[in-house]
Design a protein. Structure first.
Length: 256
């Protein structure tokens, strides 16, 4: 009973529930406005569908299973490319720039791989997400974390010019070519990001082994909350649709 009450009273599902009740009440009380109300109800239904955990699992699961999950470091690794996410900008000049959740998860996964075998090249790709805001690029933030964890400076290569995944691939592949690394390349990113990222690296002529982190849709638990709106599910769907639309854009440009 406590778990049910907790789910019901969360801000997002409470807002969705109250909004649905209000729209239905208005639809019944205003017969002359029902044609306009149908458009609102349709939009609400789409939003509700997009916020269901069931939908989020389905949209994310396809992306997360696009490549076999890598659990141990393969043999013959010569380089690990880490694709940076965002950063948390400092609120005052004396505060450091910190990694956001995605950047931290990717950095820690790369560290695990690095420590699981002989030292290798670690290419950290990621410039400033917002040039107008103060703070350091994602690659610099990742490098600071890895240095604190004991990674040799000589193994770290900072690529801090790119602000998109396409630029990540372009600059990272250039660095690999300059160092004559053509095989044994791992590419680390969020699981849902691997499908599009691998294609962008392939477009640059590089063959990489995608390694994911932060998996969300591996399991399909059959419980009632699958059909209960969730803010987290809406965010998962937003991430998934970003990847799908980005892939469609590549296809339109003839790069897929």
């Amino acid at each position: 009973m406590y778990a049910l009450t907790q789910e019901i009273l969360k801000p997002f599902p409470l807002f969705m529930g109250l909004t649905g009740v209000l729209l239905i009440a208005l639809y019944r009380r205003c017969p002359d406005q029902r044609r306009r109300m149908r458009a609102l109800l349709f939009a609400y239904a789409l939003l509700l569908l997009d916020s269901l955990p069931l939908t989020a699992i389905l949209t994310n699961q396809w992306l997360e299973t696009a490549f076999p999950k890598v659990t141990t470091r393969p043999a013959g690794v010569r380089a690990i490319v880490v694709l940076g996410g965002g950063v948390i900008q400092p609120r005052s000049p004396d505060e450091p720039t910190r990694p956001d959740y995605a950047t931290l998860a990717r950095t820690l996964r790369a560290l695990e791989l690095y420590q699981a075998g002989p030292p290798c090249l670690l290419i950290l790709a990621g410039g400033e997400p917002d040039p107008r805001a103060p703070g350091e690029p994602a690659a610099v933030v990742m490098a600071a974390l890895l240095k604190q964890a004991g990674v040799n400076d000589a193994d770290l290569v900072i690529e801090d010019q790119s602000r998109t995944t396409a630029e990540n691939a372009k600059h990272a592949v250039r660095i690999l070519q300059e160092r004559h690394v053509t095989d044994g390349i791992l590419m680390v990113s969020t699981a849902t990001h691997l499908w599009r990222s691998e294609r962008l690296f392939r477009n640059q002529g590089a063959t990489v082994t995608p390694v994911g982190c932060d998996y969300h849709a591996e399991e399909f638990p059959l419980r009632w909350t699958l059909f209960w709106p969730s803010g987290h599910a809406a965010m998962m769907n937003q991430t998934a649709w970003h990847e799908y639309l980005g892939s469609v854009w590549l296809w339109i440009r003839g790069e897929w």
